[in-house]
Write a protein that binds this ligand. Structure first.
Ligand SMILES: Cc1ncc(COP(=O)(O)O)c(C=O)c1O
Length: 414
């Protein structure tokens, strides 16, 4: 008898449903020749979006300069371009030693938590969150504590509620602004209140701003770093979304605020960065081009732009639907849609997503995958064409209607 190989038990609490069993089932169906409408992942390249030519050319023209490992924190030219952005935001104390470039923000989320946490340390994470944040806290021996950002508050957190969740073990607070999945864009007074909390309780602020330029209607983005003076702020951003270049795997993080008091932490980040030698060098050449070149993302979010029109289609289709509701996303590239499950006893978002995939060939991500306590939401991306979005929302509404019909005798009998 072969003895089973044990695995890391911390993984029992870790999930990433965006590429989880549902996704595997979709692949299965596709292999059987059944086409699937995939609305599960924010991967612009899969929906016909292209990275801007000036970014692509920057990489192509530097291929020969990309064959050696570079500094563990990243190419100086690329880090300097990031410093220039932070200085333009008024952060005059930031220099290249405060910047770390990684293989996407994903790698830096893990690295930044690994450098900070000791077993049992708590990290405040929004619910809903981009689930890598929760997963990375767990994998680094920390304890995620989720602060609610419910639809009734337009997806925004309440600083008073957050403060009640702070304990002597709380080390950090994560904010995702604009938020994936709910599309909330944080107003400045809210950010100021969170910054004040962080300063009062000596928390590190992790501000994930990867969607900073994807804004709808009158939404205005405010960077967190200039608001955090008396504590450490780690700002994260990258090329995956605004620059539609997920596959290049380029992200960065910048330390600002009380960097003097964080010297040991920054040294551990440098050590962790050195242990993996450096991030993908050729992709880093795209950073100066992306940050200094023309703006190619704002138009996507304005009338006539792909994201604008698909968002409008989502809002139209949800408005005429019988069973769906959504808080209009003000930023990022997703809709976090609620299902009216009042007449659906035992409704469960995970089972719903599986049934929708099997019976309507539409792939969504269940809301509970984003660490919320309620189980009546799902996330879709705004990346498909508007017409497809309208059709899919109509299909989903019709599907919920069928479930409600079937549940009727059950409700009557109950
Ligand atoms: C909020 C958020 N942060 C980080 C990431 C990871 O991005 P990257 O491609 O830079 O690893 C994503 C990807 O979807 C995201 O939505």
């Amino acid at each position: 008898m072969l003895r089973p190989i044990p695995h890391n038990e911390r993984l029992a609490d870790v999930r990433y449903d965006i590429r989880g069993p549902l996704h595997a089932r979709a692949l299965d169906l596709e292999q059987q020749g059944i086409p699937i409408v995939r609305l599960n992942i924010g991967n612009p390249g899969r929906f016909g979006f292209e990275a801007p030519t000036h970014i692509r050319e920057a990489i192509a023209s530097h291929l020969r300069d990309s064959e050696a490992y570079c500094h563990q924190q990243g190419l100086t030219e690329a880090r300097q371009a990031i410093v220039d952005v932070m200085r333009a935001r008024g952060l005059s104390g930031v220099d290249t030693s405060h910047v770390f470039i990684g293989n996407g923000v994903s790698e830096l989320i893990d690295l930044s938590l690994r450098g900070l946490l000791n077993p049992g340390d708590e990290v405040l994470v929004p619910a809903p969150d981009y689930p890598l944040w929760t997963a990375a806290v767990i994998l680094n021996d920390g304890q995620p504590v989720h602060y609610p950002c419910p639809p009734e508050r337009l997806g925004l957190p309440d600083p008073i509620e957050i403060e009640r969740m702070i304990t002597p073990r709380t080390r950090a607070i994560v904010i995702i602004n604009p938020n994936n999945p709910n599309g909330a864009v944080y107003p400045k007074p809210l950010l100021e209140a969170i910054a004040a909390l962080a300063e009062k309780h000596r928390l590190v602020v992790f501000s994930d701003e990867i969607y900073e330029g994807l804004l709808f209607e009158d939404a205005k983005f405010h960077a967190m770093a200039p608001l955090v003076q008396g504590s450490l702020c780690i700002t994260m951003s990258g090329l995956s979304k605004m620059h539609r270049a997920c596959g290049y795997r380029v992200g960065w993080m910048v330390a600002s605020g009380r960097v003097q008091a964080a010297r040991d932490y920054l040294r551990s980040l440098d050590l962790l960065a050195a242990l993996r030698l450096c991030s993908n060098v050729q992709g880093q050449w795209a950073i100066p081009a992306a940050l200094q070149g023309p703006d190619t993302h704002t138009a996507l979010c304005q009338p006539g732009g792909r994201l604008f029109e698909t968002r409008a289609a989502l809002l139209r289709a949800v408005a005429r639907s019988r069973y769906l509701r959504v808080v209009a996303p003000m930023g990022a590239m997703y809709g976090f849609v609620g299902v009216d499950a009042r007449n659906l006893p035992g409704f469960d978002d995970q089972q719903f997503a599986l049934d929708l995939l099997d019976q309507r060939q539409v792939l969504i991500v269940p809301g509970s995958s984003f660490n919320v306590s309620y189980r009546d939401h799902f996330r879709i991306t705004l990346l498909p064409e508007a017409a497809l979005m309208e059709r899919v929302i109509d299909t989903i509404d019709g599907f919920v209607g069928e479930l409600a019909q079937k549940a009727r005798p059950h409700v009557a009998a109950a």
